[in-house]
Design a protein around this ligand. Structure first.
Ligand SMILES: [Zn+2]
Length: 360
């Protein structure tokens, strides 16, 4: 088949993330075959699924690292710092910021993000123009916009919180989104528990944050099969407290990871994984799954695992890098220690990009 090539070395294989010697054959944008015989190829290394960042706000890339201040003053619509800056910014400046953040994501091994996009249908179209298929775009109606107009321009809806909407509005949005066969995500339990029950009532495709979740919330999310996207660095930055991820994990809640507002945190999944693992979860494979397959499934994507038929979105780490020398467990090293400097090649939908900052 034309354009077919092979990547070999130690594969972090399948849904169980088994480290096995082998090869991945890539045809076009897909993984066409995975085998476990020794195979020589030009591209060799530690082959890992590329990351899926399950929660971003790329639109606020135009303002970075504001002073520490309470969450409401930072990001609450409509008067928070973020919204004041966004409403004063032109589309060109916003698009330029989003482009830079997408480049940071590419250099740090992320193939796709799920973005909560402000600015109504127009805002969703702007991100589509900049990101193409690299983002799942969950828009929200701007004043004067209908839910239908946003759904026509986006992959679904991202609600800031049920507390920002009049009674019944979240249910109406959820019904329209599901009817259109699109995705609905919602922030819940970031500042307090007030919006957790109402968020779960609409049966969203996923909740974001749940930093304030208590045992009954965790049980309800697990029983209803509602996944949670955690953003622990963002929660630390805004001072709301860290989410009880170990309890959620042990209760069987499906977890994914996001870096949240670019204004607050770099969209670098290595940093998010290390924080999450060492502070909260202490389970390397689960955290790597949160950063890959679990996120991909939220967006209905065939990404996040090295298996035939999946999109060929791969990080090939340099096995000879000083970071991987003396590693006792490759998955632990990827999650707790590795960084963008250890990436030899990044493969996005079959296209190979060599890390030009490394010397081979
Ligand atoms: Zn958010």
């Amino acid at each position: 088949m034309s354009g077919e090539y092979v990547v070999s070395g130690t594969l972090i294989y399948g849904e169980e993330l088994e480290a096995r010697e082998g090869y991945v054959a890539i045809a076009g944008s897909k993984i066409s075959e995975v085998g476990f015989e020794r195979c020589d190829s030009d591209i060799r290394g530690i082959v890992c699924p590329a990351f899926v960042n399950s929660h971003t706000h790329l639109g606020d890339s135009i303002v970075k690292d504001p002073p520490f201040m309470p969450l409401v003053e930072l990001v609450a619509p409509p008067g928070g710092l973020k919204h004041r800056i966004l409403s004063a910014a032109g589309a060109g400046a916003i698009a330029g910021g989003m482009r830079s953040s997408l480049e940071v994501m590419r250099r740090t091994g992320t193939c796709h993000c799920i973005d909560f996009r402000e600015g109504g249908a127009e805002g969703a179209r702007l991100l589509r123009e900049v990101a193409g298929p690299r983002a799942t775009i969950l828009g929200r109606p701007a004043p004067g916009d209908s839910v239908e107009a946003v759904l026509a321009a986006a992959d679904g809806i991202g609600i800031s919180s049920t507390r920002d909407l009049p009674p019944g509005a979240a249910e109406d949005i959820a019904e329209k989104t599901k009817k259109a066969g699109k995705i609905i995500g919602i922030h819940a339990g970031e500042l307090n528990r007030d919006d957790i029950d109402t968020a779960m009532d609409i049966m969203p495709d996923f909740l974001v944050h749940m930093a304030q979740a208590v045992a009954s919330d965790i049980r309800r999310a697990a029983d209803r099969g509602i996944p949670v996207v955690a953003c622990p660095r963002s929660n630390a930055m805004t001072g709301v407290g860290l989410p009880p991820l170990k309890k959620m994990h042990d209760a069987g809640v499906t977890l994914a990871l996001g870096t949240d507002n670019v204004m607050l945190d770099s969209p670098d999944m290595f940093r998010e994984m290390e924080w999450t693992d060492k502070l909260l979860v202490h389970d390397d494979a689960s955290v790597l799954r949160m950063a890959t397959l679990n996120g991909a499934r939220l967006a209905g994507l065939k990404k996040g695992a090295i298996l035939p038929g999946m999109d060929a979105d791969l990080i090939v780490f340099d096995a000879k890098s000083d970071t991987f020398k003396s590693s006792q467990n490759l998955i632990s090293t990827v999650v707790r220690r590795a960084g963008p400097g250890d990436i030899g090649y990044f493969i996005h939908e079959g296209k190979v990009c060599r890390n030009s900052s490394r010397k081979f």
